[in-house]
Write a protein that binds this ligand. Structure first.
Ligand code: HEC
Ligand code: HEC
Ligand code: HEC
Ligand code: HEC
Ligand code: HEC
Ligand code: HEC
Length: 500
């Protein structure tokens, strides 16, 4: 078999060589990943994206070379092959060549279909999203692995099904890859994310609002920042509530996503922390109520200019997968689970303060946590230091591990940067609207009654606990004496600091 004369040029030859080498590399690397049954983030990028791209460039060089060669030849007056090549299947040599061409093309098409499917799968995987941009996505990946959604892939929330969202996300993904390569990405990554898929579509793939429980009993165990790490339990019956009950029927927290109503708001800041204007519409009866923050009112012109958002799942569940716990919370959990003994004096207070400092790196934080806690017991409690050093050592390791799961100095990601809107203790959350200041002109208020969202059924230190009688609720008692201040000041005013 002879090659077409126009193929004999350096560009085409180089293209063919490149294509052959990359095909060989793809097959080889693919076989290796199959045999090792393990796939690192980078191998996927190379096998399914980089090498095929190089291969295609190689393949494109072949006709380009032929074209250039022909043009040069015809300029020089050499007529290598006038017009279109003629295929004569009667000629056994040409028949063989055509057969070979058809088989090769078929194999190539199948391989590229297979390859692009894998490229698609690969760019949808957690390892692509979470590991490839290692530093940038570290906080989200770690938090995701520790969340209820650890088995839900990043793309199921961030992209979801449908071609248009796929294309949109891949386009913005390309910019992100560039930003990471050039190291020009922001730290911390700003939220709220402007182009997240509409939340209800995303979440309702798996959570049917009809399936919510009416109430959920939750027990919170706290350890105070005093010498004894005094334990304080709070039992709450949270009125989660099904939203799917008749027109305007009030049925607890998920009433906001009741399909018969709509709640819209205007945010006064990027982070949606201040929501001075809220509108309720009953979609069945057409009833409308506008609530305005009386301390912070907006003029009608400002409202017209501003973007109104319809409230959805993410206005409360803004951290379904990347929830960064505060030192107070992760230390409470470490002590409740028994990983840290609760009778090491001043442990909670000291560990909280150490975790709350600004560090440049996790290593620096680890060293400071070790030093601070070691000094505490060596200098102030020599007996404990002498007798219980292994326990102290183990507790230090637990605190360091909890720190590195929740606070990420390299990306400046933490509970302070990414507050959780569920609740109202460490950030204003529900109290952004339910603060008793949002009124209609008729004087109706978005309720801040302590029993609207939950009832307290038990509170206090073990042994001296108050327990509510059935169907009754307790009046909140603040764990330390702050007078009646919790009635006047929002909890987060004090509790957004690690040590209030
Ligand atoms: C259960 C749904 C869900 C999953 C799964 C999920 N995310 Fe998110 N992600 C969100 C939501 C919701 C936000 C916050 C949006 C906002 O505040 O605007 C977010 C925010 C982010 C942010 C912005 C910074 C931040 O911490 O808030 C990044 C980056 C991110 N996700 C990356 C990832 C990566 C990487 C994965 C997989 C390892 C992942 N996400 C998995 C729902 C999800
Ligand atoms: C692909 C399915 C899937 C999607 C999409 C999904 N979830 Fe979930 N979610 C689950 C599963 C499964 C659980 C239960 C995990 C468990 O019990 O440990 C869960 C648990 C939860 C919980 C209770 C546990 C917790 O973290 O407190 C909440 C709240 C929640 N999801 C909210 C959301 C929100 C909001 C979204 C949309 C951003 C969402 N989910 C999207 C599957 C999903
Ligand atoms: C007004 C705020 C708010 C809105 C809006 C909201 N939720 Fe919730 N949701 C809560 C609170 C509060 C809880 C209970 C507290 C907790 O997470 O422990 C909860 C609990 C849940 C749970 C766990 C329930 C269980 O039985 O364990 C799921 C799942 C959930 N929400 C999904 C959704 C989805 C999906 C949407 C959107 C269609 C949504 N939520 C809208 C506030 C809200
Ligand atoms: C964007 C403003 C906004 C936010 C944020 C918000 N709500 Fe509401 N909520 C409203 C409005 C408006 C009403 C209707 C007025 C009322 O009944 O007080 C309402 C009513 C309620 C009701 C009463 C429903 C009933 O059964 O009577 C509950 C419970 C509730 N919200 C819980 C929550 C919880 C819990 C959060 C935080 C996770 C929250 N809300 C966050 C605006 C908001
Ligand atoms: C608009 C709804 C709403 C109102 C009003 C409300 N809470 Fe809550 N509260 C919540 C939610 C939601 C949580 C968090 C439940 C969760 O995290 O799952 C919570 C949590 C708590 C907790 C437990 C905190 C913890 O971490 O242990 C206490 C205590 C509490 N609330 C007291 C009060 C008091 C006192 C008032 C009245 C001043 C009040 N709440 C008003 C919605 C509300
Ligand atoms: C004037 C400031 C202030 C206000 C307002 C306030 N607290 Fe506190 N709170 C404190 C102080 C100080 C402590 C003691 C810190 C410690 O020992 O952990 C504390 C401790 C707590 C604890 C134990 C925390 C832990 O794990 O150590 C809970 C729970 C709590 N407060 C709930 C609330 C709730 C709910 C509200 C709002 C209804 C509220 N607080 C309002 C100052 C305040």
């Amino acid at each position: 078999m002879r090659l077409a004369p126009s193929l004999k040029n350096w560009v085409s030859l180089a293209g063919a060589t490149i294509a052959l080498i990359t095909i060989f590399m793809i097959v080889f690397l693919f076989a290796v990943t199959l045999i090792l049954e393990r796939q690192g983030a980078y191998v996927g990028l190379v096998v399914y994206i980089l090498l095929p791209a190089v291969m295609i460039v190689g393949l494109l060089l072949i006709p380009l070379g032929m074209f250039l060669r022909k043009r040069r030849d015809s300029k020089a007056g050499i007529c290598a092959m006038p017009g279109w090549p003629r295929i004569d299947l009667g000629d056994p040599q040409q028949r063989k060549a055509s057969l070979l061409f058809v088989i090769a093309t078929t194999i190539f098409l199948f391989a590229s279909a297979f390859g692009s499917y894998h490229a698609f799968e690969y760019t949808e995987s957690v390892s692509f999203c979470g590991s490839l941009c290692h530093i940038a996505m570290e906080p989200e990946k770690v938090a995701h692995q520790n969340s209820a959604h650890a088995r839900v892939r990043c793309v199921e929330c961030h992209v979801g099904p449908g071609v248009d969202w796929y294309v949109r996300s891949k386009l913005s993904g390309m910019y992100q890859l560039y930003a990471v390569t050039m190291d020009i990405f922001p730290r911390p990554i700003p939220t709220p994310i402007a182009h997240l898929r509409p939340a209800r579509q995303v979440c309702e793939q798996c959570h049917w609002p009809q399936k919510f429980y009416a109430q959920q009993y939750q027990v919170r165990t706290h350890y105070l920042q005093d010498e004894e790490n005094t334990r304080w339990d709070i039992g709450l019956a949270v009125k989660i509530g099904s939203p799917e009950r008749g027109i305007g029927y009030r049925s607890g927290i998920h009433w906001h996503v009741n399909p018969h109503i709509q709640i819209e708001y205007v945010a006064a800041d990027e982070k949606r922390q201040s929501l001075p204007w809220v509108r309720y519409t009953n979609l069945d009866t057409g009833e409308v109520k506008v609530y305005q923050d009386e301390e912070n009112p907006m003029t009608p012109e400002d409202v017209d200019k501003a973007e109104t958002r319809t409230m959805d799942c993410l206005d409360c569940h803004n951290r379904p997968s990347h929830r960064y716990q505060s030192p107070n919370e992760f230390l409470n959990l470490a002590m409740t689970s028994g990983d840290v003994p609760t009778d090491l004096p001043e442990f909670k207070a000291t560990a909280t303060q150490l975790c709350d400092k600004d560090y440049q790196t996790t290593e620096e934080a680890n060293a400071a946590i070790r030093q601070g806690l070691t000094e505490l017991y060596r200098d102030n409690y020599p007996r404990i230091y002498a007798e219980r050093l292994p326990e102290v050592e183990k507790s230090i390791a637990v605190v360091q591990a909890a720190f590195s799961r929740n606070i990420f100095p390299a990306m400046k990601a933490s509970w302070k940067v990414y507050p959780d809107h569920i609740g109202h203790l460490e950030s204003n959350g529900c109290f952004r609207c339910h603060n008793g200041q949002h009124r209609t002109e008729e004087g109706e208020v978005i309720s801040d009654d302590c029993n609207v969202c939950h009832v307290i059924v038990r509170q206090g230190s073990p042994g001296a606990e108050e327990v509510a009688k059935a169907t009754e609720s307790l009046d909140f008692r603040h764990p330390v004496d702050i007078d009646e201040e919790w009635k006047e000041v929002a909890c987060a005013e004090c509790h957004q600091e690690a040590s209030p």
